[in-house]
Design a protein around this ligand. Sequence first.
Ligand code: OOG
Ligand code: NI
Length: 459
Amino acid sequence: MTAFVHPDEVRARFSRAMSDMYREEVPQYGSLIDLVADVNTQVLQAQPQLAAAMQQADELARLDVERHGAIRVGTQQELSTLRRLFAVMGMEAVGYYDLSVAGVPVHSTAFRPVSTQSLNRNPFRVFTSLLRLDLIADAALRDEAAAILAKRNIFTARALALIAQHEAAGGLTDAEATEFVSEALETFRWHSEATVDAATYDKLHKAHRLIADVVCFKGPHINHLTPRTLDIDAAQAGMPRHGMDAKDVVEGPPRRDCPILLRQTSFKALQEKVNFPGGSSDQGTHTARFGEIEQRGVALTRKGRALYDELLANVRSMGNAGSASANYQDRLQMAFAAFPDTHEAMRKQGLAFYRYVLQNADADVAPDAMADADIEELITGGMVRAEPIVYEDFLPVSAAGIFQSNLGGEEQKHYAANQAQQAFEADLGAKVHDEIALYQSMQDESLRAVRAALSASAT
Ligand code: OOG
Ligand code: NI
């Protein structure tokens, strides 16, 4: 029997290779990684309790390899093949994000590992957007874009063969996995030569900058990678000192004692030279690639998420100014005073998800009493601890903010709210996981394990 490389290992290799490639393509990303590493070291030194908690939750080891990336594709064929490619690395489509409301003609999902064990080994995720040509008003332009996209093939022949091999055999050998990583990498590489002439590029660019980005190049270049920081405000403040043009505001919830969901910011996309084919002397520039940082907190239940959405909407609708207005962070802070900021309160009010861990099975309580004790009693009694479950997904309003500040333009396009999850899933060739259901089952599973261990020790 041939031994297959575990998909988690293929993903870890791939994420490392992507990071190395992007560091070469966009040197500022390397500076960002260094900055984040410094900030994280300082936080862990200053907060030994946090360091211990992360150690205990098995999260410390993944901190340095933690990152996500993003790509944008143009066709059903590209999206469904990506699903098969990411499956080789144990990554599945989680969540549906409609960004048309925010003026970006795409809808998206995130490919990521789903089990706790796989997330702890390597949480690499790829936010993947599909261009919605149906939102382009001009029919001739829509057809032209579709015709250009129909001609390209974003995967190498060998990558396609290895995907098929993985599906047929159920895994890849070490040599195949190595080859797969380097072949898959080709899909995400930057190509400075456009596939269309300058006039076509300009026309598509005028329709929407994002359309040009998706349609005019050989492949879906990785447009950013994002390490995880333990203090996003410190990292944001450090960016200008390291020569980075930081985005104005941090997206997501405000700074809190107990972080929730996801906070994100980026250095703005760089202007890069573009050449046009056929020996044309035309030169242009293209703005697409940037670096981002994120700070992750506890995953919220549907109830917690509804409260988050409500508070955020309140802040953003004040004076209808969105996140661009002055005092945004202050107003955010004020509005979120209504969101409990201790883990105990969030847990008791059912706002966030926790993993229950038996920590002291032979405590001073009669075992049969423990077996049916209320979970809160067990926590108070010190037999069980509740660890926050990290939010592994994305936030549509934040993602829109990241898109907007990196498309390089001031203009805002408006599309009507246009959820099309079923059409997206048809193009993907699979249903996306409901992210909240995944957290719920992690929490339930941990409770079941605690109960099982207690009743085993009671007999
Ligand atoms: C994706 C932007 C969204 C995030 O972290 O929310 C994103 C893109 O620009 O393609 O990456
Ligand atoms: Ni991102």
